[in-house]
Write a protein that binds this ligand. Structure first.
Ligand code: ACO
Length: 327
């Protein structure tokens, strides 16, 4: 049994905010942002948020897969910025799609979320409980960044990406295609490095009022963590799959910072030709970066049957993870 991606979709809000736009309202510059991160612009949702973006990406993924909403058995959305504490983003998307036969829920692993959701989906599909699934990575970080903190707010953008997956029995095996191996990790001892406090801290008994939580980040700690953990995790999935880095066509990495991706490429001893990037257009869309990039590669016809690719991410938790798959 293998879980195969049979369709992808992505969506970002139409409103684009360039580095120069930011430089008009805060003490920053296009040069600072571009040279330190590779980001040139980001998409910002000025109204509706996570549910809307997720549903738009999901509709495109379903169309690409040729799957009707009622055929979906399970929806897992990876997000830390669901529009509501409850219901989950997945249930909201289910309602919009009219996917009445599905069960939906969210997973929370920040920027590693899509990897965690895909690995979770793979495990569930292989139990035989579900046949067709929808995995979504979506975040609306522009609503939880502190726009007076230039060291974080310039990094993020909004967006969503989705993949439709189906489990295939041995006899339906498409030339060995599907998810071949995965690996996830977390270290809660480093939680302080990257945090966004929830808005549930109010307390009737003590009279404490809930405070809005904003992203706080120790940028250099995140940098060091990412360039160590991601290559290690990629090596583990390569070993599990019996492959080496040279066998991989693309490493689809979380788009947090161009320099982090360069550093990972160096540690893996692969050229940047194997590391597709789109951070310049979107900034860091957290749980959405990997499925957006995957969708772009798919739509540009860059993925051929038989190609082996690795999706890998890292984020708050701290969390990290990688999935090896054959297209
Ligand atoms: N514009 C201009 N100057 C700025 C800005 C800005 N937007 N932000 C910070 N600065 C200034 C600082 O105030 C500081 O000034 P000082 O030297 O006078 O004190 C100077 O730039 C250097 O600040 P640092 O924080 O040391 O900058 P650094 O070179 O570390 O770059 C960055 C910051 C880009 C965040 C880097 O640490 C990084 O890439 N870290 C990785 C973290 C990351 O990518 N996080 C993304 C989200 S997390 C995730 O996706 C998992």
């Amino acid at each position: 049994m293998k879980t195969v991606i049979i369709g992808t979709g992505s969506f970002a809000p139409p409103r684009v905010v360039t580095n120069d736009d930011l430089a008009e309202v805060m003490d920053t510059s296009d040069e600072w942002i571009r040279t330190r991160t590779g980001i040139e612009q980001r998409h910002i949702s000025d109204g509706p948020g996570t549910t809307w973006m997720a549903a738009e990406a999901a509709k495109l993924a379903l169309k690409d897969a040729g799957v009707e909403p009622e055929d979906i058995d399970i929806i897992i959305a990876a997000t830390t910025t669901a529009d509501n504490c409850f219901p989950s983003a997945a249930c909201e998307v289910q309602g919009i799609l009219g996917a009445g036969n599905a069960v939906g829920y969210d997973v929370s692993a920040a920027c590693s979320g899509f990897i965690f959701a895909l690995h979770t989906m793979d495990g569930l599909m292989k139990t035989g409980a579900y046949e067709t699934g929808l995995v979504i990575g979506v975040d609306n970080l522009s609503k939880v960044v502190d726009w007076s903190d230039r060291s974080t707010c310039v990094l993020f953008g909004d967006g969503a990406g989705a993949a439709v997956v189906r489990v295939l029995e041995e006899e339906e095996d498409r030339d060995g295609g599907g998810i071949l191996a995965a690996d996830m990790g977390s270290d809660g001892r480093k939680a302080e490095v990257l945090r966004c406090q929830s808005r549930t801290m109010g307390n009737f008994l003590t009279g404490t009022k809930p405070e809005p939580g904003y992203i706080t980040m120790e940028g250099q700690e995140v940098f060091k963590f990412a360039v160590k953990k991601v290559p290690e995790c990629i090596q583990r999935v390569l070993e599990k799959g019996g492959l080496d880095a040279g066998d991989i066509k693309y490493f689809v990495l979380h788009q947090a910072n161009y320099r982090i991706c360069e550093s990972i490429a160096k540690r893996l001893k692969v050229s940047m030709d194997k590391i597709p990037m789109n951070i310049e257009h979107y900034g860091n869309t957290s749980g959405a970066t990997i499925p957006i990039l995957l969708d772009e590669l798919n739509r540009e016809g860059k993925l051929e049957p038989g190609d082996k690719i690795i999706l890998a991410g890292f984020g708050a938790g701290l969390t990290w993870g990688a999935v090896l798959l054959q297209w």
